[in-house]
Design a protein around this ligand. Structure first.
Ligand code: PGA
Length: 254
């Protein structure tokens, strides 16, 4: 059965009381079969997430991970820690990490490797800037990020969710036209199918991210190329996020 993933990326938002309110609003909504709904709170709130999502179908994700198992890395959080907090997904390569924190392709590869070693699914984020799109280089940039990010994976690796997030559409309210996003998904699938590593694509989910909300999400699903959404701003209020999930449910049951 086709699955649709709706993952909320809370970024560096919300304080304790707000987190309690959001988590309780989310968990009171039963996630239906065919939908993978989840939230990526800050590290600080993962324990709350684990407690609130216990015995629900809600998925817990982290926004980042450090590349080492353990040791003298003050301020960092490891994959085994995330695993023990019940995280089953972790974002990797988000454009904010690439741009603001100068995250390199090498670090992205290392993060993917350590997550997979601990049975946490990465959600690899890719996407071009406005300038790159305007100069006709969107596909070239996405292909490079894809190739570099996956370069160290062994042959036949089962791929995880990949989120196409054009940088110019993130947090701007200027969502990418669904057909443009769908064309990029077709391109990503082609690139993956041709990769030397002969990846296992049976569980691949291609997500779109960038100003998704309950009003525009249907247009993406209707292209039949998009398996879900990575949602920033509209994931910070339970009713906004659940509105997106309902669009996915209606689409599945049409
Ligand atoms: P946005 O963020 O929905 O606020 O545009 C998306 C993201 O950064 O994943």
């Amino acid at each position: 059965m086709k699955k649709i993933m709706i993952m909320g990326n809370w970024k560096m938002n919300l304080i304790a009381d707000e987190v309690d309110e959001l988590l309780s609003g989310l968990k009171s909504y039963p996630v239906k079969a065919g939908i993978l709904a989840g939230a990526a709170p800050s590290y600080t709130w993962l324990l709350k997430g684990q407690e609130q999502f216990a015995e629900t179908n809600w998925q817990l994700a982290a926004q980042n991970v450090y590349v080492k198992e353990k040791g003298a890395y003050t301020g960092e959080v490891s994959a085994p820690m995330l695993k023990s907090l019940g995280c089953n997904y972790t974002l990797v390569g988000h454009s904010e990490r690439r741009q603001i924190f100068q995250e390199t392709e090498e670090a992205i590869r290392e993060k993917i490797a350590i997550l997979l070693a601990h049975e946490i699914k990465p959600i690899l984020c890719l996407g071009e800037t406005e300038e790159e799109r305007n100069s006709g280089r969107a596909e070239e940039v996405v292909a490079r990020q894809l190739r570099e990010g996956l370069a160290a994976l062994p042959k036949g690796t089962k791929l995880f969710p990949i989120a196409y997030e054009p940088v110019w559409a993130i947090g701007t309210g200027k969502h990418c036209d669904p057909q443009t996003a769908a064309d990029m998904m077709v391109f990503i699938r082609q690139e993956l199918a041709q990769a030397q590593q002969q990846f296992d694509l049976s569980e691949l989910l291609l997500l779109y991210g960038g100003s998704v909300n309950g009003k525009n999400f249907q247009g993406y699903l209707e292209t039949d190329q998009i398996d879900g959404a990575l949602v920033g701003g509209a994931s910070l209020k339970a009713e906004d996020f659940i509105a997106i999930i309902k669009v996915a449910e209606d689409f599945l049951h049409e």
